[in-house]
Design a protein around this ligand. Structure first.
Ligand code: NAI
Ligand code: NA
Length: 403
């Protein structure tokens, strides 16, 4: 079977297994050559390990100088009669292969990180595979839904996150990656219930619960750290992000870091939030009215030679802000600022100038649409020069591979 990219709007409906393998390999190659992580952790749990910042963290920590053994949790689908499976499924498989070849342990747990069953599985796997304790917990889940704790299989009940504003509605251009067009879209104001549910799904409550559960089980090593990822962005996008529902959830996440930090004090541990750069990931393409900003940002940062992807962000964070000496480098609010280059004055000034010129007719010339689209395709294993996409892949072989 030959696999073609299938895109519906901003949703990719297919993934290329060997392109995902290439993506993992390219990231490994990058961190092997980059400035190394010194004094890094040896045993790491990553929640949300199969794509985006979570996968990049895992690769950086295993191959970027720290030689970590890892346990990765993700929610992904393998091959079935519904299709070839998700990109994250293959990222897990090929990461584990590469890690094991390098003599590292890389255990994958595929299941719902919100469920008590997966929490138990994780504790068991830390005991069985990682010698009983971890030195770092990376919390990198991104999802639109979280089951309520009282939900059962017969009565599933979910909180749902929405991407809406909290003040006035915002109208702005959004990309359609299927048609290569930019279309105007109005984002409405969230109801109180929608805003509260978004905090439940994307705020820090589940992170806090996870750390409490791991601490109670005694699987956090003395000095254990934990980090979760956030976005603040530029005043240019505050109406849709920072001052919207997602921004409110992130503020909750930031408060949770302080609470968890206190809780970890008795084992000499620490909790931090890292504020990252705007990037194309499976989660971020859904943010409406964000397109002109990110197209201008990529154009400006690439021209200045300071553009980064997930892997560059994570390697730089662990190598220069998290582990070089014992003090984590933060701003006055205890946040690790990986958006430092994005928010640099000259970058923001040029982005602001470019953004106002971008419209539905010229976005591909003025903005970095080609780069954005390539990143989007590569998330699912497409658009790699090294892969021959005309070659059929064997579903039989893929079905035998286990995460
Ligand atoms: P992603 O969509 O690439 O990764 C999400 C991960 O969570 C995947 O491994 C997925 O399998 C896992 N996951 C989702 N639901 C799950 C569940 N129920 N159980 C187990 N695993 C589950 O997302 P991305 O972009 O890497 O986001 C990670 C964090 O980084 C989020 O907090 C996001 O807000 C933040 N961030 C993202 C930025 C961006 O531009 N993409 C910028 C700054 C922060
Ligand atoms: Na992730």
């Amino acid at each position: 079977m030959v696999i073609e990219p299938i895109i519906n709007g901003v949703i990719a409906r297919s993934a290329h297994p060997y392109g995902c393998q290439q993506a993992v390999r390219n990231q490994i190659d990058y961190v092997k050559k980059a400035a190394p992580i010194i004094n890094g952790p040896k045993r790491v749990l990553i929640l949300g390990a199969s794509s985006g910042f979570g996968l990049a963290s895992r690769i950086a920590l295993t191959f970027g100088g720290s030689d970590a053994d890892t346990l990765g949790v993700s929610f992904e689908r393998g091959p079935s009669d519904k299709g070839i499976g998700t990109a994250g499924w293959y990222n897990n498989i090929f990461f584990r292969q590469e890690a094991e070849r390098a003599g590292r342990i890389a255990t994958n747990i595929v299941g719902d990180a919100f469920s008590p069953a997966v929490r138990r599985q994780v504790i068991d796997a830390i005991q069985a595979d990682l010698g009983g304790q971890v030195d770092l917990v990376v919390y990198s889940l991104a999802t639109g839904v979280r089951p309520k704790p009282e939900a059962t299989n017969t009565a599933p009940d979910m909180w749902r996150s929405v991407i809406k504003t909290l003040g006035q509605p915002v109208t702005g251009p959004t990309l359609n990656l299927e048609r290569d067009t930019m279309e105007m879209l109005t984002v409405g104001t969230a109801s109180e219930q929608e805003a509260a549910e978004t905090v439940k799904v994307m705020g820090g409550e589940d992170w806090t619960d996870w750390i409490a559960c791991l601490a109670d089980a005694g699987v956090l090593a003395p000095g254990c750290r934990t980090v979760a990822y956030s976005y603040v962005g530029s005043p240019l996008t505050y109406p849709i992000y920072h001052q919207g529902t997602l921004g409110q959830a992130k503020k909750h996440l930031h408060h949770s870091a302080d609470e968890i930090n206190q809780r970890l004090a008795d084992i000499g541990g620490q909790a931090h939030v890292a504020v990252c750069k705007a990037l194309v990931t499976k989660a971020s393409v859904f943010i409406p009215a964000f397109a002109p900003y990110i197209l201008a940002l990529f154009k400006v940062m690439k021209a200045k030679g300071c553009h980064e992807g997930c892997i560059e962000q994570m390697q730089r964070m662990f190598a220069t802000k998290f582990y070089p000496d014992n003090a984590v480098e933060t701003d006055g609010e205890r946040l690790i600022r990986m958006d430092d280059w994005e928010l640099a004055q000259d970058v923001q000034r040029e982005v602001a100038e470019l953004m106002v010129q971008i419209n539905e007719n010229n976005f591909a010339e003025l903005g970095d649409y080609a780069g954005y689209k390539q990143d989007f395709l590569q998330l699912n294993g497409f658009a790699y020069d090294e892969v021959d996409y005309s070659q059929p892949v064997s579903v039989n072989i893929l079905t035998k591979m286990q995460p």
